[in-house]
Design a protein around this ligand. Sequence first.
Ligand SMILES: Nc1ncnc2c1ncn2[C@@H]1O[C@H](COP(=O)(O)OP(=O)(O)O)[C@@H](O)[C@H]1O
Ligand SMILES: [Mg+2]
Length: 264
Amino acid sequence: MAKPFQEGERLDRHVESLRLFRCEESSNDARKVLDEVFDRRTMTALYKLMSNGVIDHLDFALATGKEGNVFRATTPDGDLIALKIYRINTATFRSIATYIEGDPRFKGLSGNHRKLIYAWCTKEFKNLSRMVAAGVRVPQPIDFHENLLLMEYLGTDETAAPSLRNVELTQEEAEEFYKEIVKFIKLMYRKAKLVHGDLSEYNILVHEGVPWIIDCGQATLTDHYNANELLLRDIKNINRYFRSLDVKVKSDEEIMRLVKGVKK
Ligand SMILES: Nc1ncnc2c1ncn2[C@@H]1O[C@H](COP(=O)(O)OP(=O)(O)O)[C@@H](O)[C@H]1O
Ligand SMILES: [Mg+2]
């Protein structure tokens, strides 16, 4: 396990000593990403997770985006987990600003980008917890610290679970997936009181033959002023995608009523 980090010690030396990536081949690329993209505080936070025994080492980057990166990591017990690191920068701030506006959970934080991004990370953790409790199939959240979120890893020892977009489904599977995803939208709305807000074939992974919803940071409370619009957009995205797979989809309005439990 990593040596506890002493304030004032040189972090880069520690980071070097962490052997962040066990596999040498992926290590060069991934280390470059870490060095270029993450600030000192993020590296310190990561170090803390390691010295606290939450993570033993990182395996490789699963995805690199404008707002952050997702890595596969291994715990000291040898379990595989996913680590999402939000980048502290203006791009991240911009992309989350519209969702934060009008959300009572963010009151009083508006001026401080770093604190907002920490709050955002907490929000993704809480959203995932609420979704799990509501019976929506999402990765189990494990822990969070500042801008770092740990959750259940979806995939095999070799590769991460592919997105729905990259999986070829049989007609029967496509119909089954559609039904289940509509059910998840409804459970989210009625039980978790949340609207995902960025649902599409990109934010659904296929793991062990079934769909898993991911990327729940932006999910908003159903009483948020934008919730209806976001819900309709999610429904339209799902309908568009499954229509393209020749699934007989219900109309957007019909699903909207179904989700909200409104009679015709
Ligand atoms: N729990 C997970 N297990 C495996 N891969 C994941 C997990 N969470 C995210 N990923 C991978 O990382 C990518 C980006 O994660 P996501 O939460 O969608 O963040 P972003 O906001 O960057 O889209 C996903 O498309 C997926 O490939
Ligand atoms: Mg995504």
